[in-house]
Design a protein around this ligand. Sequence first.
Ligand SMILES: [Zn+2]
Length: 143
Amino acid sequence: MYGASQSAVKDNLTTLKWLPKSDGETLKIQSVNGVAAKLEQVSKELDELPPALKKYVIDTSGTFNWRVISGTDRLSNHSFAIAIDINTKHADYWQWAKGGYAYKNSIPHEIVEIFEKHGFIWGGKWYHYDTMHFEYRPELLMN
Ligand SMILES: [Zn+2]
């Protein structure tokens, strides 16, 4: 649906001004299936947050990146440009945890709720948690 190869995905990408009121960056995002439009709605809502919350989302770590999930041979949803990583500075990732698995998160629930409202799922809810990661998977929220 989103493109079977890196070049096919690239043909479906559009650009989006992230947090325009807050001088955010320009992101590449999937246009198929309304993904870009949904992320734009998320961006508009995040743009209204107070600075104490906005610091978690203002510098992103990107959207489109054709790659497999670390330690697997499955393509990451970043390959299809349907995922975004927010600011790594405040992120926790299961593989970074020293001395075995221990769940950690510092992303405020206000931010998670805005993404979820628009059909994104949060990597912070996975067993193999990745708290900076959100991906557009409306089918998973409708169950
Ligand atoms: Zn990610």
